[in-house]
Design a protein around this ligand. Structure first.
Ligand code: AMP
Ligand code: MG
Length: 315
C-alpha cells in the first residue's frame, strides 16, 4: 500500500497540474498521452497485485483494471512510462510484461478469500489535487472481513487505515506505530458531523438533506470528501454519518471496490454499514452491489435513526 501510494503521489505531483498553475508550468511537456489517473491506476494496481501474488498466490482478486485492458488500450510509450513509475516506487526494475501479469493476477478465479481492489478511488479528486485513496478489501465467504485504505491526503502527511478480526487501526502513511481506532458514540445533533461526496453527480444532495432533516440531524455540519476516506473518517470517529443516496432514476449500480475496504474498516471499528433499507451490503453479486440501494455508514447510536428517516423519504 505504501509503495502504491508513493506511485500515486509521484504521478499527482508530477502530472496533475495545480489549479492555479499557469498553463506553461503544467508539466505538459513531460506528460504522456494517457491521463495521469490512468497511469496511476494501472501502476498502483500492479504494485498491490504483485504483493498479493507473492503472499497469497492462490487467492482470488476482483479489481477495477486488467492486464488485457492495459495492453489493448494503453499506447506502448505509456505502458513503458507506467513500468518506469512502478520501478521507481518499488525500488527495483519492473518490465511491461511483469505489469500485465501482476494486473491480471487472481482475476476470474474463485477462492475462499477474494481481494477487492480500487487502485485509485476518487478519480475526480485525484485529478483536481483533492483527496483520493487506494482501497483494498478482503472478502471471506462473501463478507468484508478485512480492509486497508491508504489515504495520502488524510491529516498532515497521510495515513493507512487497516482492519481485520474486528479490530481497526491507523498509522502514518510513512510508517510508524499503529493505534487502534473506534467509531464515535455521539448522538447530540449539534456535535455530529456528516460526510458526503464532493461530486454532485455521484449522489443526490437533495435527498440526503431531506433524510438528515427527517432524522433530526438538520443542524449537523456536512463535509464533502472524495473517496472511501469517508469510511475511514467514520471508523476513526472524526465523523458520524456517511450518506450516499443515488440520484433519482440513476441506473448506475455501486461497484464493490468502492465499498469493500471501507465497510470492513467501519464494522471493525464498531460502526454499522447498510443500504437504505437497513440491510447489509451484499458482496456476493459479482462486481456490483446489485441487491442494495444507497449506503448508510454511521456510528451505532445514530444508524437506526437514519435508516428510519431514509425509509420515510426514499420510498
Ligand atoms: P465518491 O468520491 O465518494 O463520490 O466516490 C468515488 C466513486 O464514485 C468512484 O470510484 C466511482 O466508482 C463512483 N462514481 C463515479 N461516477 C458516479 C456516478 N455518476 N454516480 C455514482 N457514483 C459514481
Ligand atoms: Mg472508486
Amino acid at each position: 500500500m505504501r509503495q502504491a501510494a508513493a506511485l500515486c503521489r509521484i504521478v499527482q505531483a508530477r502530472y496533475v497540474p495545480a489549479a492555479d498553475a499557469p498553463q506553461s508550468a503544467a508539466g505538459a511537456a513531460s506528460k504522456p498521452g494517457a491521463e495521469p489517473v490512468t497511469l496511476a491506476d494501472y501502476g498502483a494496481q500492479a504494485i498491490v497485485c504483485r504483493a498479493i501474488s507473492r503472499a497469497f498466490p492462490d487467492d482470488a482478486v476482483i479489481a477495477e483494471e486488467s492486464g488485457r485492458q492495459f495492453e489493448e488500450l494503453i499506447a506502448a510509450a505509456d505502458q513503458t512510462a507506467v513500468a518506469a513509475l512502478v520501478s521507481e516506487a518499488l525500488g527495483e526494475p519492473a518490465r511491461v510484461a511483469d505489469l500485465v501479469r501482476w494486473l491480471d493476477h487472481g482475476q476470474g478465479r474463485a477462492a475462499e478469500r477474494t481481494w477487492v481492489i480500487d487502485p485509485i478511488d476518487g478519480t475526480k479528486g485525484f485529478l483536481a489535487r483533492r483527496h483520493y485513496v487506494i482501497a483494498v478489501g478482503v472478502l471471506r465467504g462473501g463478507q468484508p472481513a478485512a480492509g486497508v485504505i491508504a489515504a495520502p491526503h488524510y491529516g498532515q502527511n497521510g495515513a493507512i487505515f487497516a482492519a481485520q478480526n474486528g479490530a481497526a487501526s491507523v498509522q502514518p502513511l510513512a510508517g510508524g506505530p499503529a493505534r487502534p481506532i473506534r467509531v464515535s458514540q455521539r448522538t447530540d445533533p449539534a456535535a455530529l458531523v456528516v460526510l458526503e461526496s464532493v461530486e454532485k453527480s455521484h449522489a443526490s444532495r437533495e435527498l440526503m438533506a431531506q433524510v438528515r432533516t427527517a432524522a433530526g440531524l438538520g443542524a449537523a455540519p456536512v463535509i464533502r470528501l472524495d473517496s472511501q476516506e469517508k469510511y475511514a473518517c467514520i471508523a476513526a470517529g472524526d465523523a458520524d454519518l456517511y450518506l450516499r443516496l443515488p440520484r433519482l432514476h440513476s441506473a448506475r449500480p455501486h461497484m464493490i471496490w468502492d465499498h469493500a475496504a471501507g465497510t470492513a474498516i467501519v464494522q471493525s471499528a464498531g460502526g454499522v454499514v447498510s443500504d437504505v433499507d437497513g440491510a447489509p451490503l451484499d458482496f456476493t453479486q459479482g462486481r456490483t452491489l446489485a441487491r442494495n440501494h444507497g449506503v448508510i455508514a454511521a456510528n451505532p447510536r445514530i444508524h437506526a435513526r437514519v435508516v428510519q428517516a431514509a425509509q420515510s423519504i426514499c420510498l
